[in-house]
Design a protein around this ligand. Structure first.
Ligand SMILES: [Zn+2]
Length: 193
C-alpha cells in the first residue's frame, strides 16, 4: 500500500526538506505526506521518532509546513515576514520540548516525549526554520529556479549560486528542457542526458 504513495524528496536541511513534502507547488502539486503514517515515516528519517499521529496533528504539521514555506519565501525575496506565519512557527517552537542528546559516538539524537512526541518533533522543525530564516546559520535562503517548483531552499554552497532545490529533480529537468530547446532544429539529435 505504501508503495503507491509518493516517495520522499529528502534534503540535507530539516526545515526546507519539510516544506518539500509538498512539491511542485506552482505546477501539479504532489503531497508527499498524505496520511499520518507517512508523516511518521518522514520524521523517522530525520531521527524524530514518534509513535502516533492523529489527523488533527497531521493538519497542524501541514500548517507549520506552509508557515515555514511562506516565511522562508519572504526571507529569500527580502520581503517582510508574514505575521501569521511567524506566529505559527513560534507557537510550534514553544510547544515542543524535545531534548538534544549527545551520544557516546558524538552524534546528536533527539529525545521526544512519549505522549507529546509529535508536538516535540514539530518544535524541532520550527526551531530549525527559525535558525535558517533568522540568518543564524551559514547559508542563504533562495527560491528554486524551476517555474513549477519555486521551493525555498537553503544554499550552503561556497559560491552561494545554487539555482535548484534539488539537482536530481528540478536541476535535471531544467537542463533537459534547455537541451531540447537548443537542439530542436538540429538534424543530428543526440541523447539528452
Ligand atoms: Zn525545485
Amino acid at each position: 500500500m505504501s508503495a503507491q504513495l509518493p516517495e520522499f524528496r529528502l534534503g540535507a536541511v530539516l526545515a526546507t526538506s519539510f516544506t518539500g513534502t509538498l512539491s511542485e507547488r506552482r505546477g501539479e502539486a504532489v503531497e508527499r505526506i498524505p496520511t499520518p503514517s507517512r508523516l511518521i515515516d518522514w520524521l523517522a528519517v530525520y531521527g524524530l521518532v514518534v509513535e502516533s499521529c492523529t489527523d488533527v496533528q497531521l493538519d497542524r504539521a501541514r500548517e507549520l509546513r506552509e508557515a515555514i514555506h511562506a516565511a522562508a519565501t519572504a526571507a529569500a525575496t527580502q520581503d517582510p515576514l508574514p505575521a501569521s506565519a511567524v506566529q505559527i512557527i513560534n507557537d510550534r517552537s514553544a510547544q515542543g520540548h524535545a531534548t538534544a542528546i549527545l551520544t557516546p559516538g558524538g552524534e546528536r539524537r533527539w529525545q521526544l516525549g512519549s505522549t507529546s512526541g509529535l508536538e516535540d518533533a514539530l518544535g524541532v522543525i520550527a526551531a530549525d526554520a527559525i535558525s535558517i530564516i533568522s540568518g543564524e546559520r551559514d547559508g542563504r535562503l533562495a527560491l528554486c529556479a524551476s517555474p513549477t517548483c519555486r521551493a525555498a531552499f537553503f544554499d550552503t554552497s561556497r559560491s552561494r549560486t545554487r539555482r535548484w532545490c534539488e539537482m536530481n529533480t528540478c536541476g535535471n529537468r531544467q537542463k533537459k528542457a534547455r537541451f531540447r530547446a537548443s537542439h530542436r532544429n538540429s538534424p543530428e539529435q543526440q541523447s539528452d542526458t
